[in-house]
Write a protein that binds this ligand. Structure first.
Ligand code: MRU
Length: 343
C-alpha cells in the first residue's frame, strides 16, 4: 500500500483521520487541499509529510497559468510559503520544500512547460528516495533485533508515516520478514491515537503479532521484563542527536533507561537537521485543545477546562542507544557520527 501517489495529474492520499474505521482516499489536483490534509493530519508522519509537500508544489506548478518562468517561480515561492506553514516540527516538510525550491531555481532557464515537468519529476524522485530509505533502514535496523524480542513502539512510524514500509515499523517488518519471531507492544498514543488506530491496523494486516497498550502501561510492562527493545521514529533530529518525536516518546525513553532497555530511533537522513545544534531549538507544535478534551467529537473533560497540547517532545541524546538511518546505525557520540554522515 502506498500512502501517497500521483496519478493522472492528481495526488491520492489515504485519509488517516478516518482509519481504521473507514478506508477513504483524498484525490485532488489542488495543492491547497494537500496543504490542508497535512495540517489536519490526513497525511502525517515526518517522511510522508515531506513527500506530500513536494507533490503539493508539483500540483501548484501543474495548475499554474503563469505565462513566463519568472512568474511561475514567484508562484512557487507563494505555494512553498503556504505549504510550509502547515506544521512546524517535522523537518522533512522544510527539507522537501527546499529541494523543490532549489530544483526550480537551477532550472530557471527552462520554459514554463518544461519546468513543470522537471518539478513533477523531482517530487517523484523524493517519493522514490524516501521509499528506498525506508527499505535501507529496515535492513540496518533488523540486525539489532533478536529472535523472540518484544518491541515497544510509540505513535505510528509505519507505511502510513512514509510512502511505504515505514521507519520504526520498517525495522520491525524486516525483522519479521527475516523469520525472527517478534512481538510488538503498540502504545495507543494519546491524544490522536496513532498507535491504536494506525500502527495496530498496519501490523495486523501483515500478521505481525501486536498488542495494544495504553501509554501509561509501558512502565509496568518494562518492570515485568516484557519489553526487550524500544524502536520509535523521529520528526526532527538535531546535530547532537536530540530527537523530537510524538509527545510521550521522552517518557518512554526515560522508562527504558531505568529498566536498561535499548531505546532506538529510526529515521531517514532527511529527518536530521544539522542546522540546529540541539533539541532545545526544535519548534514544538502546539495543537488545538479539542484534541485533548475528547476524541472523535465525544467530549470527556469538564467544560471550560484549561488544556495544554504539545504534539511532540524532545528525547535527549543520552537516552538514545542508536539512530537507525538509511546509511547505517549511528552510535554516540552523535555530534561526531551525525557530522560524519554529512561530511
Ligand atoms: O503528529 P504525527 O502523527 O505526524 O506525528 C508522527 C510522529 O511523531 C512519528 O513518530 C514520526 O513522524 C516518525 S514517522 C516515520
Amino acid at each position: 500500500m502506498k500512502t501517497i501517489e500521483w496519478k493522472n495529474g492528481k495526488v491520492i492520499l489515504i485519509d488517516q483521520t478516518m482509519l481504521p474505521l473507514k478506508e477513504v482516499y483524498i484525490e485532488t489536483s489542488d495543492y491547497l487541499r494537500v496543504a490542508e490534509a497535512i495540517r489536519v493530519l490526513s497525511v502525517r508522519g515526518a517522511p510522508a509529510i515531506g513527500v506530500a509537500a513536494a507533490y503539493a508544489v508539483a500540483l501548484a506548478v501543474a495548475q499554474s497559468s503563469a505565462k513566463s518562468t519568472p512568474e511561475l517561480l514567484q508562484e512557487i515561492e507563494e505555494a512553498i510559503k503556504i505549504i510550509g506553514a502547515t506544521r512546524p516540527t517535522a523537518v522533512n516538510l522544510f527539507w522537501a520544500l527546499e529541494r523543490m525550491r532549489k530544483r526550480a531555481h537551477v532550472s530557471s532557464h527552462l520554459a514554463v512547460s518544461r519546468l513543470k515537468r522537471v518539478l513533477k519529476e523531482e517530487a517523484d524522485k523524493i517519493a522514490e528516495e524516501e521509499l528506498e530509505m525506508s527499505r535501507q533502514m529496515g535492513e540496518y535496523g533488523a540486525g539489532l533485533i533478536e529472535d523472540g524480542d518484544n518491541i515497544l513502539t510509540h505513535c505510528n512510524a509505519g507505511s502510513l508515516a512514509t510512502v511505504d514500509y515505514g521507519t520504526a515499523l520498517a525495522v520491525i517488518r524486516s525483522a519479521h520478514n527475516q523469520g525472527k519471531r517478534i512481538h510488538v507492544y503498540a502504545d495507543e498514543t494519546r491524544p490522536l491515537l496513532q498507535g491504536a488506530r494506525l500502527t495496530t491496523w498496519e501490523l495486523m494486516k501483515e500478521n505481525i503479532p501486536v498488542t495494544l497498550i495504553c501509554d501509561n502501561m509501558a512502565g509496568y510492562f518494562m518492570s515485568l521484563g516484557k519489553i526487550d527493545k524500544v524502536v520509535v521514529g523521529a520528526d526532527r533530529i538535531a546535530a547532537n542527536g536530540d530527537v523530537a518525536n510524538k509527545i510521550g516518546t521522552y517518557s518512554v525513553a526515560v522508562l527504558a533507561k531505568e529498566h536498561d532497555i535499548p531505546f532506538y530511533v529510526a529515521a531517514p537522513i532527511s529527518t536530521i537537521d544539522t542546522s540546529l545544534p540541539d533539541g532545545g531549538r526544535i519548534p514544538i507544535e502546539e495543537r488545538a485543545p479539542d484534541e485533548v478534551v475528547g476524541f472523535g467529537g465525544n467530549r470527556v473533560a469538564t467544560e471550560g477546562i484549561k488544556v495544554a497540547n504539545p504534539a511532540f517532545d524532545i528525547t535527549p541524546n543520552r537516552l538514545v542507544a542508536g539512530i537507525i538511518t538509511d546509511r547505517g546505525v549511528l552510535r554516540p557520540p552523535y555530534d561526531t557520527s551525525i557530522s560524519g554522515l554529512f561530511a
